[in-house]
Design a binder for this molecule. Structure first.
Ligand code: NGQ
Ligand code: ZN
Length: 460
C-alpha cells in the first residue's frame, strides 16, 4: 500500500539533521512535501531516525547465488581470473526463471540492508548456446520483474559485450551468452527504453562492459545510438580493476585504461566508472574533472584481490563516488562504507581519512552523504535526498540497538558504519511503499522458498 504521509522525530535532510519532519507522499511514490518542525497530525510515526535509502550502483545479480562457493584454494594460485573462470562455468546453465528468482532474493536482501535502488549491470542476455531468446529482452525483463516484485527501484544497464580482450580479440566460449553486435544491442536498449518510459521505479541506461570487451568503433556506435534514444541515460563501464588489465592496455595502445577512456570517450556526468582501482594521481584528477562518478565496490574489490582506490587524490580534485555490492559477497551499505575507509587507513596508516575536514569532521556522515549523491547521479533517478520531487525512498533505523543508543546527529552515522555488527535497519520504504517492516520484507518467505529451490537445482 502506498503511504500518503510519515512523521519522523529525526531525519537526515539535504541540509543535515532535522527534527519533527512531516513527509508527504504523492500517488506516484514521490515526496510532495518535506516540512521540518511540524506537528504529526494523523501521520504514521517512524519508529526511529530516518535516513535516505542508499543506492547500490553496481550489481551482477546472478553472482549472489555463487557467493561463498569460491572461497577454497584451487590447484594453482587463485586470482581474479581464476574466480572469473568459476563464474563463467556457473553462468553457463542459468535459466530465465532461475535468474529471476536469484535477483528477487538479492533485491530483498538489499532492501533489508537499506539499499532502495540498484544499478543492474546486466550481461547475461542469451540462451546457453549463445542464441538470443525468442524475445531478445527476456533476461532483462526478468531482472526488472524481480526488482518490481521486491519493490526496489532499478536502473537497468544492458551490457554491450563483443570481445575477449583489447584490440577486438574474438569472444571466447565462456562469453557466448553475453555477446551482441552493436545494432542488435541498440534494438535491445530501444525496446527497454520504450517499455519503461514514464515508470518512476525504472530507468534504462547502457554499460559497455569494459575496454576489453568493446572497440573504439563499437563503443562509439553504442553511445551515438543511445544518444538518439535518450541523451541523458546513464553509461557505466568497468575500468582498471586489475593490474593485468592496465598492463595489457598499455601493451595494446601505449596508454593506461583510464587515460584512453578520458581521451577517447570523453566521459561526463552521465558516466559511472566502475572500480577505477589502478589509476595514477593524474588519472584520478582527470576522472574528477570529467564529472563522472566512480563506482567503488570495496567488499568485492577485497574479495577478488583488486587493490585499493586512491581516494584522497580523487576527492581532493572534487571527485564523486558511490558504492556497489557488485559480486554480492556482502550485501550491506554499512560494510561497503566501512571498508572504503578502512582500506585507506590500512594503506596510509592514518585515521579518519575520508571526511569533510574541520567543518564537517564526521567520517560516517561524509561517506553516507557522498555515496547517496554519487549513487543518485550514477543511477539517473531522483533519489538520494529526502526533498520534494525525489522518490520516497527511506530507511528507519533501529535506534534501540546498543551500538546506536545515545548517539546524536552525525555520531549516529559514525556509530552505524563503524561500531555496529547488527543490521541497523528496521523499516524500509521504496517509492512510497513499505517493503520492509520490523526487519522483515513483505514477501521474503515466498521469495526465499523459490531461491532455495534454485540453489538446489544449481548445486545438484
Ligand atoms: C563481471 N566482475 O563482469 O562480472 C566482472 C568480471 C570481467 C568484476 N569485475 C568479469 N568484479 O571483468 O571480465
Ligand atoms: Zn562488475
Amino acid at each position: 500500500m502506498m503511504e500518503t504521509s510519515l512523521f519522523a522525530a529525526q531525519a537526515l535532510l539535504p541540509g543535515g539533521w532535522a527534527r519533527d519532519v512531516l513527509f508527504q507522499i504523492g500517488p506516484d511514490g514521490g515526496l510532495s512535501a518535506v516540512t521540518p518542525e511540524s506537528k504529526p497530525g494523523d501521520a504514521p510515526r517512524a519508529a526511529g531516525p530516518v535516513l535516505p535509502g542508499m543506492a547500490n550502483l553496481h550489481s551482477h545479480a546472478f553472482q549472489r547465488a555463487m557467493a561463498g562457493l569460491s572461497e577454497r584454494a584451487g590447484p594453482q594460485e587463485d586470482s581474479f581470473w581464476t574466480w572469473r573462470g568459476l563464474m563463467y562455468a556457473f553462468v553457463q546453465r542459468l535459466t530465465p526463471e532461475q535468474s529471476e528468482a536469484i535477483a528477487a532474493q538479492l533485491y530483498v536482501e538489499m532492501l533489508k540492508a537499506g539499499y532502495t535502488a540498484v544499478g543492474e549491470f546486466h550481461y547475461l542476455h542469451h540462451d546457453p548456446q549463445g542464441a538470443p531468446y525468442g524475445d531478445p529482452a527476456e533476461m532483462s525483463h526478468r531482472a526488472i520483474a524481480a526488482a518490481a516484485a521486491a519493490g526496489i527501484g532499478i536502473t537497468h544497464l544492458p551490457v554491450l559485450y563483443g570481445y575477449s580482450d583489447f584490440g577486438g580479440q574474438a569472444a571466447n566460449e565462456g562469453q557466448r551468452r553475453f555477446v551482441h553486435q552493436p545494432d542488435a544491442f541498440l534494438r535491445l536498449a530501444e525496446s527497454l527504453i520504450a517499455a519503461h518510459r514514464g515508470d518512476p521505479q525504472v530507468r534504462i541506461g547502457i554499460a559497455p562492459h569494459s575496454l576489453r570487451a568493446v572497440t573504439a568503433d563499437t563503443l562509439n556506435a553504442a553511445l551515438e545510438g543511445l544518444n538518439a534514444l535518450d541523451d541523458s541515460a546513464p553509461v557505466h563501464i568497468h575500468v582498471a580493476e586489475q593490474q593485468k588489465e592496465v598492463h595489457d592496455c598499455i601493451e595494446w595502445c601505449g596508454e593506461r585504461p583510464v587515460e584512453w577512456l578520458v581521451r577517447r570517450a570523453l566521459p561526463d556526468a552521465r558516466w559511472c566508472l566502475i572500480h577505477a582501482t589502478h589509476v595514477t594521481g593524474e588519472e584520478a584528477v582527470r576522472m574528477a574533472e570529467s564529472g563522472a562518478v566512480v563506482g567503488l565496490c570495496p567488499t568485492t574489490e577485497a574479495n577478488l584481490g583488486d587493490g585499493i582506490f586512491p581516494a584522497p587524490d580523487f576527492l581532493a580534485a572534487g571527485g564523486k563516488f558511490g558504492i556497489g555490492s557488485d559480486s554480492h559477497i556482502s550485501v550491506s551499505p554499512v560494510e561497503e562504507l566501512r571498508w572504503l575507509e578502512y582500506g585507506q587507513r590500512l594503506t596510509l596508516r592514518r585515521r579518519n581519512v575520508l571526511s569533510g575536514g574541520a567543518d564537517a569532521p564526521s567520517v560516517g556522515a561524509f561517506l553516507y552523504q557522498r555515496a547517496l549523491a554519487g549513487g543518485a547521479q550514477a543511477l539517473g533517478r531522483s533519489i538520494g535526498r529526502l526533498a520534494p520531487g525525489c522518490r520516497a525512498d527511506l530507511v528507519v533505523l533501529d535506534a534501540t540497538q546498543a551500538a546506536l543508543t545515545g548517539k546524536p546527529g552525525d555520531t549516529l552515522l559514525d556509530a552505524m558504519i563503524f561500531a555496529g555488527n547488527e543490521n541497523p535497519v528496521r523499516d524500509v520504504m521504496a517509492g512510497g511503499r513499505w517493503t520492509v517492516k520490523e526487519g522483515r520484507h513483505r514477501d521474503e518467505v515466498d521469495i526465499l522458498r523459490r531461491y532455495r529451490a534454485v540453489l538446489g537445482q544449481l548445486t545438484a
